[in-house]
Design a protein around this ligand. Structure first.
Ligand SMILES: *[C@@H]1O[C@H](CO)[C@@H](O)[C@H](O)[C@H]1NC(C)=O
Ligand SMILES: *[C@@H]1O[C@H](CO)[C@@H](O)[C@H](O)[C@H]1NC(C)=O
Length: 439
């Protein structure tokens, strides 16, 4: 009996380990071949789907003049069914395209569409006042004008907006905020309430002396809780970060929790118990910008996916980690079940060659997909179906994609936003859209 059962079990394992990769990339569609080479970031949320459209935001070299130190911010609306594209720029008060300073990794747009169809864009903020634009008509990329004066915390200096719409059409925004005290830069959460069309600060959720918070991602579970990840650097800023961290915010109870379910008060600090999903490793230390931007061990850029079954929420973070000075930026995954005292499990998914800053992850309950870019190469997706082994598939081969953003549709299809910053020439690159099916 036992032998028979063991045979059956190993037979099942063999079967599942033979499951082939189901990743099936669709056509690579060029959204623009006039993208500013500085239209690159890792924190951003430049992609959304709403109202039957895919929405993409990117920076374009200005149409007039030859100043490559500046850009316009473009908003693209693409019909999901017919592929028809309509696009326009964020507008200055004179009705012309607003122009912003180039600043790779910082001055890039994040976008969301609210439940009434209005398009919201945060753009070009590197420790400066709000640059917030909103459409004057639902589902229209035109007449995107500044509504910065409607934002709370008008004296705060803002960087790294990540914005998402919840299932009710309210918007949630995380940023790094600098209040000028020279002590620390915190992580802040804001909500746009659809019924009142107003923004309000919900919390300064993370703040710790001598650190700066780097927001990474927001995802929502079926109960409407926000799951937020972020990282820390030495104050005021650094290219190397540490201690990837996770929090859950429950709007219905206005409470914050860590992964094991414990309620915590905010702002959290690095010593809040159970906050960190990637702890410091041997020799890892907080270093000052410009002094040691290539130091290691170090953490940089992360995105989060959730999947749920029988009311249990599982969190999956994909992130980049450099284990040794001179080493590569590895692709890692950490995963946990909300409310489980076991905490986070970590694994290294890819460490053969160096990767560029952006990363993303999706999960449909059966398969997990992690997207990353290899330096001087292009984009790859690594998929694991059930208990099968990871398989890697190249996307946009030969196109020089070095940044990305991915969002999963309800049917498990991934919508990918792929940027090749310099594949036209030294100042100009391309933005591609590609569906990745097979789930
Ligand atoms: C720079 O980083 C290296 C390796 O992590 C470390 O040994 C060194 O102390 C750091 N230097 C400074 C000035 O922080
Ligand atoms: C790069 O290509 C763009 C678009 O064709 C063009 O406007 C620009 O002048 C080119 N720049 C250089 C440096 O070749």
């Amino acid at each position: 009996m036992f032998i028979h059962f063991a045979k059956l079990t190993s037979g099942c394992f063999l079967l599942s380990s033979l499951v082939q990769a189901t990743v099936s990339p669709g056509a690579l569609e060029t959204i623009s071949a006039a993208v500013d080479a500085n239209s690159v970031a890792a924190f951003w949320s430049p992609l959304a789907e709403a109202g039957g459209y895919t929405w993409l935001a990117y920076n374009r070299n200005p149409m007039s003049g030859n100043d490559n130190g500046h850009h316009n911010v473009m908003v693209v609306r693409r019909g999901i069914d017919n592929g028809v594209i309509s696009r326009d720029c964020l507008k200055a008060s004179d009705g012309q395209c607003a122009t912003f300073l180039d600043d790779a990794g910082h001055n890039t747009p994040s976008l969301a569409v609210d439940g009434d169809g209005y398009v919201h864009v945060f753009a070009a903020m590197h420790n400066e006042a709000w640059h917030y634009y909103r459409s004057s008509q639902p589902y229209s990329p035109s007449q995107m004008t500044s509504h910065s004066s409607e934002m709370p915390d008008s004296s705060l200096l803002i960087t790294y907006p990540v914005i998402k719409s919840d299932s009710s059409g309210n918007l949630w925004l995380i940023i790094r905020g600098d209040n000028g005290n020279g002590v620390a830069r915190g992580g802040y959460l804001y909500k746009y309430t659809l019924s009142s069309k107003t923004w309000a600060r919900i919390a300064r959720f993370a703040y710790d002396a001598d650190t700066a918070v780097y927001p990474d991602d927001i995802t929502f579970d079926a109960s409407g809780n926000l799951h937020i990840i972020f990282e820390w650097s030495k104050n005021p800023a650094s290219a190397i970060r540490h201690q990837g961290s996770y929090l859950r915010y429950s709007p219905t109870t206005n409470t914050w929790s860590v992964a094991n379910g414990d309620t915590v008060s905010v702002p959290v600090t690095r010593s809040t118990p159970q906050l960190v999903f990637q702890p410091l490793t041997a020799g890892e230390q907080y270093d000052t910008i410009g002094v040691n931007d290539t130091a290691a061990p170090a953490f940089q850029s992360a995105k989060l996916a959730l999947y749920e079954s029988s009311g249990i929420v599982r969190m999956q973070a994909a992130y980049r980690y450099k284990a040794a000075v001179g080493g590569v930026w590895q692709v890692r995954r950490a995963y946990a079940t909300f409310g489980d005292t076991a905490g986070w499990t970590r694994e290294i998914l890819f460490s053969d060659t160096d990767t560029s800053a952006a990363i993303d992850i999706t999960h449909d309950g059966t398969s997990v997909r992690v997207y990353y870019c290899k330096i001087q190469d292009s984009v790859y997706v690594r998929e694991k179906v059930g208990n099968a082994a990871w398989t890697e598939t190249a996307l946009a081969a030969g196109k020089g994609v070095q940044r990305l953003s991915v969002s999963m549709r309800a049917d498990g299809t991934d919508v990918t936003y792929l940027v090749a910053p310099k594949n036209v020439n030294s100042t100009t690159g391309s933005l591609y859209l590609q569906l990745v099916g097979g789930r």
